[in-house]
Ligand binder design. Structure first.
Ligand SMILES: Nc1ncnc2c1ncn2[C@@H]1O[C@H](COP(=O)(O)OP(=O)(O)OP(=O)(O)O)[C@@H](O)[C@H]1O
Ligand SMILES: [Mg+2]
Length: 248
């Protein structure tokens, strides 16, 4: 699913050069749940953004689903992002002046899905993450956990094969964070590949492998022998499965 060879992202300004990602060889199979850990500044977000075609590598190769991202132009990158990837961020990145349902519709607007279909699918996605009664609310009217669930609904609308998350539980208390991890694990059981950056060892232990980074390099990759399981209500699991298989 994800393969990189000597992947590199340097930031140059004048004389100085920050080697944020310094020659990584990564191999992630379809259906894996990967956690990325490491100290602040070790290159986790930079790696995630390069994997997500939101930033370009300065060297090396990267292919996702057999497609070479390092050879794509900007337009191809943005089409690829919208079609094949879902993103979740620490601070949710919901647009404050739009209702939840409008926020969730956005990726489908870019993908030129027609209005009625867009709306129906957004409502269905919000119901699946337990926000069926909130779709006309604005982000400021919701708790952090509810905002993150809306952001997950938005990330899922175009049925991505790969979900990338940068500290998705970083702004949440641990109970709410575990609810988010529960949703990730359910999606992963349904075949979605997930790469999640986290500072929280307990959250990382819910993944199948942990990539530990330091100074732009991989320090080690660890297989979690018995990943922890977050509790998820059975109906959430079922509705996530249903929406995932419903055509866009
Ligand atoms: N746009 C940029 N321009 C210059 N340097 C950058 C840029 N983005 C990141 N860096 C540098 O690259 C290095 C890695 O940053 P990155 O944000 O990937 O770290 P991180 O592991 O995600 O840290 P944190 O845990 O604090 O989020 C840091 O030294 C950072 O200052
Ligand atoms: Mg970061």
């Amino acid at each position: 699913m994800i393969k990189t060879a000597q992947l590199q992202r340097y930031f140059r300004s004048g004389e100085s050069c920050v080697k944020a990602v310094d020659g990584l060889d990564i191999d992630i199979a379809a259906g894996e749940f990967i956690a990325v850990m490491g100290p602040s500044g070790s290159g986790k977000s930079t790696l995630l953004y390069v994997l997500g075609a939101m930033d370009r590598p300065t060297g090396g190769q990267i292919s996702i689903n057999g497609k070479r991202l390092d050879l794509m132009d900007d337009q191809e990158c943005s089409d690829f992002r919208n079609r094949e990837l879902g993103f979740v961020f620490q601070s949710f990145h919901l647009l404050p002046r739009m209702t939840l349902v409008r926020n969730v519709e956005l990726p489908m607007l870019y993908a030129q899905v027609e209005a009625a279909k867009r709306h129906a699918r957004a409502v269905m996605m919000l119901q699946a993450v337990g926000l069926g009664d909130r779709f006309d609310h604005f982000p400021a009217e919701l708790s952090g956990g509810q905002c993150q669930r809306a952001a997950i609904a938005r990330a899922l609308v175009n049925s991505p094969a790969l979900l990338l998350a940068d500290e998705p539980t970083g702004n949440l208390d641990s109970k709410t964070g575990l609810e988010i991890i529960g949703i990730f694990q359910a999606l992963n059981r349904q075949g979605m590949t997930i790469v999640m950056v986290t500072h929280d060892e307990n959250m990382a232990r819910h993944a199948g492998r942990i990539i530990r980074m330091r100074d732009g390099l991989i320090e080690r990759i660890e297989t979690v022998s018995k990943p922890l399981q977050a509790v998820l209500p059975a109906e959430v699991e079922t509705s996530l499965r249903e929406v995932r298989h419903a055509a866009c």
